[in-house]
Design a protein around this ligand. Sequence first.
Ligand code: PHE
Length: 448
Amino acid sequence: MSVSRGGFSSRMGFILAAAGSAVGLGNIWGFPTQTASNGGAAFVLVYLVLAFSLAYPAFMAELLIGRYGQANAVSSMQKMSRNLGQKRFAFLVGFGGIICASLILSFYGILAGWMMSFAIEPVTQLLGLTDTATWLTTQSMSRDLLFTSLFMMLTIAIIRRGVEQGIEKWSKRLMPMLIGLLILLIIYVFTLDGSKEGFKAYLNPDISRVFEPNLLISALGQAFFSLSLGTSVMIIYGSYISKKENLVTLGAQVTLIDVSIAFLAGLLIIPSMYVAQSQGVAIFADDGSLISGPNLVFDVLPSLFNGMGAIGLFVGFGFFILMSIAALTSSISMLEGPVSFAVERHNLERKNATTLIGLGILALSTLIIFNFTTLFGMVISISTVYGQPLIAMLCCIFVGWIWHRSAVLTEIKEGNDTVEHSIFWKIWPWYTKFVCPSAIAIVFWHSL
Ligand code: PHE
């Protein structure tokens, strides 16, 4: 099986693909939005600490499960189970992750569709098509259906090509574009009036807020969503890494890229808000907090771009293309979860499995679009507030309590001979066994 299932051809291929999955709307939209609604720099500080101290260990657990199993999430976890009870538990956790990834994709596709329609809007403005421009930026079922379908078609087209020709090749093309665009936009915003005040709000933490329970919960949730945990995605990506690679460093590099891009996105968006303010746009809500949520991305920023005159059309185009690219490298990872399961467990041909599952998820998105007010928020909560933390916690329990410590060590030693004497091996096993599950459980409990 391992011969035909494919894998990443290079270390860089894996890093960019896994970072592509991790870096998405969660970083470029979610992180700045959460920062804005949780008091600026204090949130950034807590996020950085939690991402490395809790999300990274859990991320390592998922990567290891996959690389050991060399298969989809369910088969990988079953491979390390020793009796029927454990095998059933493994099925529950692995399949739960696959369902979670599919649910996330069903709403993520709608959000990504909005990004695409906002990216095309400046082009229609340039062509003088004002009616189309208004249609593109006004919420409607027809617009959402069209752009969600377009986005899902792109996702399906990449996953149909497989790991190397699809995921790896496209991540290698899109990720450098994304980073380049992000840096260009930051430099541009830096030159505008008002940005300095924004940098201050972003970089000067109010230490007294650091221990606020809501801030801690939001930061941990954000870190888990951002590293794509609890969705089977990192298990399957782990299964495509060669046994020669050092997983400890690879995992750390991906975490570092993910966190840095979230940080950079904040460096773009929070100062942009203050620039918008200096141009007369309201950036504070009635209760005195910074505007966050969809209003930030779809009202405040477009008003900023409008205020820039002709160049604003290009900046707006660049910004929403950036969002669309980030979303695409994440959505392909979400689709790979269920597709790898269907191919390996049910012997479906990859292309057929991808089209079938992709269209199934699109049908779910369509259902959400038709019942937007009831379903949209509900699917987001089920998958991200409950599903992800729960499954990530069960993965840690699996690695900490079910998998033998000596077997875990043998797997980590592949590509990393000296790991036994490293600080990683002194801390991480305890962390995964006790600290991660309890911390996730506490956050989960609070979010209920
Ligand atoms: N990590 C992605 C983001 O930040 C979202 C994601 C969640 C991707 C779950 C895959 C699985 O947007």
